[in-house]
Design a protein around this ligand. Structure first.
Ligand code: PAF
Length: 283
């Protein structure tokens, strides 16, 4: 696997592949790679001729007081994992390479509406940071397709909407969440959990499953299901931020006739803010 740090080097390599008629897939990451990221790389290999992975801990998507400085950085391990997974190129830019001027003066990409609910309420500005950096990475790489984990379901919808609204010629693929045996979704933030917190964390996935089963079994009082789940998460020692049942397509409030739903949850377990979701089809 080759490694480049500048946009110039990246474009030189991409031009060679494009010249040979090869399709490129981009897997944007913030590093500290786990099996969930590697699944994106494996899927990308199936779908494209060349796989570029970016590692950039994007300061614009962290608010003051969040874990930007503490965010785990494990470059040597990441390189070994990407090499094993068969990635072709690692793009690992510096902050100055991505943001040529101070963050406050940067051109930004805002996807209104869908960015302002759920995680967007607890993390103001987060999705502007995500959309901006992903837009920049798309412009730098010009991939045929890009892959994102479905664990960050709201992020996936924000990116889809951005590419549609801005007519970006890139196909967006969501890849199913990879889980531990007890259901906990893989996340770099799981590293923050103490053994006791780690034991409590799977309650979130359990509640997603129980709520999904209740809906499949005919329950339609979504408000009540949400309230029950919030209480149960608190009893399990988590500090829930939200637990909601929404339309899968756009995260709007579902009506009882809706067929494609997603249940989304966010909760603090100690200092880690974990998110997860479960999609269900009532077709
Ligand atoms: O999901 C992530 O790791 C990040 O939000 C992303 C998409 C790489 C943008 O920084």
């Amino acid at each position: 696997m080759n490694r480049v740090e500048t946009i110039g080097e990246l474009r030189l390599q991409l031009a060679v592949w494009r010249g040979a008629g090869e399709r490129t897939a981009l897997v944007p990451t913030m590093g500290n790679l786990h099996a969930g990221h590697l699944e994106l790389v494996l899927k990308a290999r199936d779908l494209a001729d060349r796989v570029v992975v970016s590692i950039f801990v994007n300061p614009m998507q962290f608010s003051a007081g969040e874990d930007l400085d503490a965010y785990p950085r494990t470059l040597d391990e990441d390189i070994a994992r990407l090499t094993d997974a068969g990635a072709d190129l690692l793009f690992q830019p510096s902050e100055a390479e991505i943001y040529r001027r101070p963050l406050e003066g940067q051109t930004r990409v805002e996807v209104p509406g869908i960015s302002d609910i759920l995680c967007g309420v607890s993390r103001p500005g987060h999705f502007v940071g995500v959309a901006t950096v992903v837009c920049k990475l798309f412009n730098m790489t010009q991939p045929s397709l890009a892959l994102f984990g479905e664990k960050d379901y709201q992020q996936l919808l924000v990116i889809r909407r951005m590419t549609e609204d801005l007519c970006m010629p890139v196909e967006i693929r969501g890849v199913p969440t990879v889980r531990e045996e007890d259901g906990l979704a893989l996340s770099s933030r799981n590293n923050y959990l103490s053994p006791d917190e780690r034991a409590r964390a799977p309650a979130m996935y359990r509640m997603l499953r129980e709520t999904a089963n209740a809906i499949i079994g005919g329950a339609r009082d979504y408000r009540r299901l949400e309230q029950t789940a919030l209480s149960r998460l608190t009893e399990a020692g988590l500090k829930p931020d939200y637990f909601v049942i929404r339309r899968a397509e756009d995260l709007g409030a579902p009506m009882s006739v809706e067929e494609e739903l997603v249940i989304l949850a966010a909760a603090y377990v100690g200092r880690a803010r974990l998110i997860d979701n479960l999609r269900l089809s009532l077709r």
